[in-house]
Design a protein around this ligand. Structure first.
Ligand code: SF4
Ligand code: FES
Length: 381
């Protein structure tokens, strides 16, 4: 049966329209909200080769992928990034680079532009140098400003992405002003999502509802002032909204992430859910992984939904929320996302919101293993 290439399918026969390649987890920064796994330093030896990444892109394109995001870690750590971008363009994928800007020299930017790169998403934490450097655990602010200026000079479309947490939420207005002066096409004020590093720092990173509402007012004032000059994305996060996000537009619906070691995932965080059967593109063709693998079929569509989602009139809006958040807070990924106030576990989300503050724990390599059990560096801080 012919399929509409853009429609969201809930029957497991959709296409992986949005492909994210996590080229590496290596990164010069130490952000305390990093979405990479806690054991990120175990992956460096197992990264896919240039040829393997090209095969993944080819197979994804054949499955219907249209957009590709090169992400990490810091994708600029891969010396073959330009080659990968050129190949993606050659086979008809719309290319995005998701970067901290550290390492984005003139030479590399030129190389990426010549390779056909379509868009850059640059992360900035603050307009204040001391705050940025403190938040990312490195002297990065000036490098980011230089990168932003260069991207504009080279005429590449730019999305500025500001990860927003308690520490920098008061900077939202200053960031909008900076982005508008720079000529960014789009500013994403991305309220943090609490997985991996952000989850262990949640008590310290989560802003208050009052701060989120205040930022919302500032955003609204700037939207009115700027009109169509720059699009500003900002939404109050689900833990304050009583309804979950439609995470990934549904599990295995349109999104496919490939980890540095080739493991295919329905979302960046799914490896934090135990008991799922992950398969690498080194072991199976992508077609089988996407269409047939137990992992991608497990929470696809609506048939698997538990109560209260199963009989809820909003199930086609949010598909029961986020599987990873359901696991991380309730211990079972098949539960209704506790961000929903209809979930019997909603009190867990409310408790998280009211938790006390703790010091930030920066992303850094795990330091030792005790009797085969991982002991993480942050536990010793
Ligand atoms: Fe969404 Fe389930 Fe909550 Fe209904 S009960 S709003 S489907 S998460
Ligand atoms: Fe994994 Fe939401 S982050 S399903």
């Amino acid at each position: 049966m012919p399929q509409d290439s853009t429609a969201l399918r809930l029957d497991g026969q959709g296409k992986p329209l949005w492909l994210a390649l996590e080229l590496t987890y290596r990164c010069p920064l130490k952000c305390s909200w990093c979405s990479n796994p806690l054991d990120f330093d175990d992956y460096a030896e197992r990264e896919l080769s240039t040829e393997e990444w090209c095969r993944v892109m080819r197979e994804a394109r054949a499955l219907g992928a249209l957009q590709i995001g090169f992400t990490g870690g810091e994708p600029l750590q891969r010396r073959d990034l330009e080659q990968l971008v050129a190949y993606a363009e050659q086979i008809g994928l719309y290319t995005n680079l998701i970067t901290s800007g550290v390492g984005l020299t003139d030479e590399r930017l030129l190389g990426l532009k010549q390779a056909g790169l379509r868009q850059i998403q640059l992360s900035m934490q603050s307009t204040d140098a001391a705050m940025t450097d403190e938040l990312v655990g490195a002297k990065a602010h000036q490098l980011k400003l230089d990168a932003a200026r260069r991207i504009k000079e080279h005429g590449l479309p730019m999305v500025l992405n500001m990860p927003v947490g308690r520490q920098n939420i008061g900077q939202v207005g200053a960031m909008i002003e900076y982005a508008a002066e720079l000529g960014a096409e789009y500013l994403e004020l991305a309220n943090l999502q609490y997985y991996n590093w952000a989850l262990i720092n949640r008590d310290e990173l989560m802003p208050t509802l009052a701060a989120l509402r205040e930022a919302e007012t500032v955003v609204q004032q700037w939207r009115e002032k700027l009109g169509k000059r720059m699009a500003i994305y900002y939404v109050i996060p689900d833990y304050y909204e009583g309804r979950p996000k439609a995470c990934m537009n549904g599990w295995g619906a349109i999104h496919l992430t490939i980890a540095p070691d080739g493991v295919a995932m329905p979302c960046q965080e799914s490896r934090s859910v135990p008991g799922l059967d992950f398969v690498s593109v080194r072991e199976q063709p992508l077609d089988w992984i996407w269409n047939e693998s137990p992992l991608f079929r497990k929470y696809r569509g609506l048939d698997w939904l538990p109560e209260p989602c199963r009989s809820c009139d909003e199930r086609e809006k949010d598909f029961g929320g986020c599987r990873c958040q359901a696991f991380l807070l309730t211990g079972d990924a098949a539960n209704t996302d506790p961000a929903c106030d209809r979930s019997p576990h909603h009190h867990l989300m409310q408790a998280a919101v009211h938790s006390a503050t703790k010091p930030l724990r920066f992303r850094k390599p795990l330091v030792k293993r005790v009797a085969g059990v991982m002991s993480t560096a942050f536990m010793e801080d």
